[in-house]
Design a protein around this ligand. Sequence first.
Ligand code: SAH
Length: 448
Amino acid sequence: MNTTTRVYLVGAGPGDSGLITLKGKRCLQRAEVVLYDRLCNPALLGDVAPAAEQIYVGKNMGNHALPQEQINALLVERARAGKVVVRLKGGDPFVFGRGGEEIDTLAAAGIPYEVVPGVTAGFAAGAYAGIPLTHRDFTTSVTLVTGHVNTRKDPQRDINWAALALSDSTLVFYMGLTNIATICTRLIDHGRAADTPVAVVSNASTPKQRTLIATLADAAQEVECQAVTSPAVILIGEVVRLHERLDWFQRSLPAPEEEPGTVALKTSVNAAEKGRQRTNILIFTGNGKGKSTAAFGMALRAVGHDQRVRIIQFMKNDADVGELGALERLNIPVEQCGLGFVPKPDHHLYTAHCEAAEKGLARAEEAILAGGDDLIILDELCGAVARGLLAEQRVIDLLRRAPAGLTVVLTGRRASSALIEIADTVSEIQPVKHALEQGIPARKGVEF
Ligand code: SAH
């Protein structure tokens, strides 16, 4: 190692601490200052001398612990103070790691630096999911693409979808989980076959690794249904078909039952089946129209898969709504445990509303613990909590006791932060305009 070097930009690898290079490890042992990211395995810091300064500069998408300029400034400042500085970055520093920007600053400041490559997440995902990124029978190239595209901000930097769609390259999307629907749609629109296989590999190379196998047509839906969490890379291309045969890593992990409360570790073709192995909580909240409607849409989806659905409504008592007739035809039991418009707490009828909500919660408890349903919709429950009809903590305690495999949907305005915290998926429906405000009365089949 060069004694004049002040800053080492080191790739930490994707997760498994054994995937750092020998040179990277030696840099950590020599370091007097280490600046490290969120995606670096903390076990790697075990190599750092106790006296060394360790600075967490972790970044989350859109949520920077330290702005990039401050990281750059820290590197320069510590290096100028004569320290050996290691800038440890997840994966490879030059793959979507802003490593270029960091050394640009060092170069401008005349600070000697070295770059130590690392195993990038996409390569680790391929290796650990048994998906060779190139294979003579399937493809001749690999393309690493950012899935974090904000074309509204910067239309010039939009991805060349046509080129990606028409090549036979294996595509590896980083930071793409939240945009997966757009990614898949764009590729299909530009000519990639809708049945092109897709693998979403999360937490690659760690004991929490999961691989979801889908197609361009249904990957977004499967990601949502299985509540796949980041970090994840999306691998797209014919090579994904090899996963079934070549998967070695997840097969070696303990069976899902051995990790209570977590999502199945080994996930394969039957994605929906695996998704049922934990409680899945969804919330539709916000001030716009469509929260209960969205929940009823989920009921349709579930019934289509022969799942059992039950609906318990809080606050509502309206018998003249179209959904009641439809739900009856679909054999979905609906219990209305509300009294309609809720008055202020000092009103003499308020207690009656509390009692009705209590009855609803007792019914919800029975239904949830009985374990006979696949999907339970607790319509307007968030609103009932927000209006003080029910104690938030009791709802949370009940949701915590819900059996694995059950999906619970809560709707209603002003979902509390604790409810949002416990949920897996939360959508906020924002009003843009509403016909009622323009004097158009509520219409059959639209508002009720
Ligand atoms: N420099 C890093 C990439 C940083 S961008 C590298 O070379 O790997 C962050 C993105 O990397 C995440 O959004 C995710 O897409 C991917 N990623 C990082 N670690 C991952 C892991 N263990 N499993 C799957 N994807 C990962």
